[in-house]
Design a protein around this ligand. Structure first.
Ligand code: PMP
Length: 421
């Protein structure tokens, strides 16, 4: 048995029933596919349940229109749905300010860039520091690194210890009076580590710094309350949590967002414009220039509804169960090295290497057996350098995965081992 009703959930995801292995040059035509799919690449992107697809279809069938500008009926309906979607997402992460504290973006990466450009370029300078961790995703690492170069600020990285956890003594040393931003990943997409973000928030606030939490892997997989964490900024992506691609969110405390200048300029984000100057719309629209992702916003809210119906505590329990099961299975083999903390203390993913088989070779053997995993550096190149490997293989789980699928992964690894022996 499982913490969630896996059979009922799987029925909501028809893609899980498809087969793979045929000609990929004709996406959508599956006649020559013959191998059942085992989808274990959920940290990259999750699948989309019928309920979310239906919400998007209903939007296009029923009230597709541009928002904010029109006074006609369809535009008003679209506006209500799009604005309410902000409130729904805000509620999901415990943002009591509602829509004013949730900006819709393209993804976590854009949320990070929004703050780096709109806040960082204005506020950072020589003598300031941005503190990150050695396990940051490129979304934050590259963004702050490059904004620091432009502004003359320094970047610092909190050490990751041999167990894949943050060295909090080192964090205490690094976060000091020069620190203006602490940018940390909540759940590592490579190590599976769950970082003590509230503690880091306290450390940041003690020195007058902001904290930006990258929640790309946490919001989809566990209950998150941005106010409990006391995050100043918090980012996540719809496509990793049953939602469509093309939409993500930036949470920011209202007073901070009020102070910030816009990141993108154009239509929909202004209040008034003359040839000489312009003023800005209220939050969050000030940060949403141009026609926004309306259908995606509607789908995002439906995804949040879907997850809430299952219950995020149950989602987390299911994730942890599968992660521990996979960790235990894989650690039985001497020729497999697993990265990150022990199986009972991690998010729902396991990255590993099989001795003497390159991660990419392993993934193509697994692919031949229908097992979809990710091979590469998972957008954490410096962390892989530190681990002393160029790449790793990552299996990541979601609400529809089963122990049998983990077993199939282990069997497929066995087959690869024999092939390369
Ligand atoms: N941060 C983490 C921890 C992630 O796992 C990802 C997705 N791989 C991102 C940021 C970036 O998300 P997106 O590609 O949706 O912007």
């Amino acid at each position: 048995s499982y913490p969630v009703d896996v059979d009922a959930i799987r029925a909501d995801f028809p893609i899980l029933e498809r087969k793979v292995g045929g000609d990929i040059s004709t996406p959508g035509e599956h006649d020559d596919d013959d191998t059942p799919l085992v989808y274990l690449d959920n940290a990259a992107t999750s699948h989309t349940p019928e309920q979310v697809v239906d919400a998007i279809v209903d939007y296009y069938h029923g009230y597709n229109s541009n928002v904010h500008r029109g006074i006609h009926h369809l535009s008003q309906e679209a506006s209500v749905a799009y604005e309410n979607a902000h409130d729904r997402v805000a509620e999901f992460i415990g943002a009591s300010g509602g829509r004013e504290e949730v900006v819709f973006t393209k993804n976590t990466t854009e949320s990070m860039n929004l703050v780096a450009y709109a806040w960082g370029l204005d506020e950072l300078g020589p003598g300031d520091s941005v503190v990150m961790t050695e396990m940051e995703h490129h979304a934050s690492l590259v963004t702050w690194q490059q904004i620091a170069k432009k502004t003359g600020a320094e970047v610092r990285y909190i050490r990751v210890d041999d167990d894949g956890r943050l060295d909090m003594e080192h964090a205490k040393e690094l976060i000091d009076d020069s620190t203006k931003m602490v940018s940390v990943v909540h759940v590592s997409n490579t190590l599976g580590t769950v970082n003590p973000v509230s503690e880091l928030a306290d450390m940041a606030h003690e020195v007058g710094s902001y904290i930006f939490v990258d929640g790309a892997q946490s919001v989809p997989t566990r209950p998150v309350d941005v106010e409990d964490i006391d995050a100043d900024f918090f980012a996540f992506s719809g496509h990793k949590m049953c939602g469509p691609t093309g939409i993500g969110a930036l949470y920011g405390k209202r007073d901070i967002l009020e102070e910030m200048q816009p990141y993108l300029y154009g239509g929909e984000m202004i209040r008034s414009v003359t040839y000489e100057d312009s003023t800005w719309e209220d939050l969050p629209w000030k940060f949403e220039a141009g026609t926004p992702p309306i259908a995606q916003g509607v789908g995002f809210a439906a995804a949040v509804d879907y997850l809430d119906d299952i219950g995020m505590e149950n989602v987390q329990a299911h994730e942890e169960l599968l992660a521990e099961y996979a960790y235990d299975q894989l650690s039985e083999f001497d020729d497999i090295e697993i990265y990150g903390p022990p199986g009972d203390d991690r998010g729902g993913l396991v990255a590993f290497n099989l001795d003497s088989v390159h991660a990419h070779d392993l993934s193509s053997i697994l692919n031949e057996q229908g097992v979809a995993i990710r091979a590469g550096d998972h957008c954490t190149q410096p962390l892989h350098d530190k681990l002393g490997v160029a790449a790793s293989t990552r299996a990541s789980f979601y609400i529809y995965n089963t122990r049998e699928e983990v077993d199939k992964l282990v069997d497929a690894i066995d087959a690869a081992r024999e092939l390369f022996a």
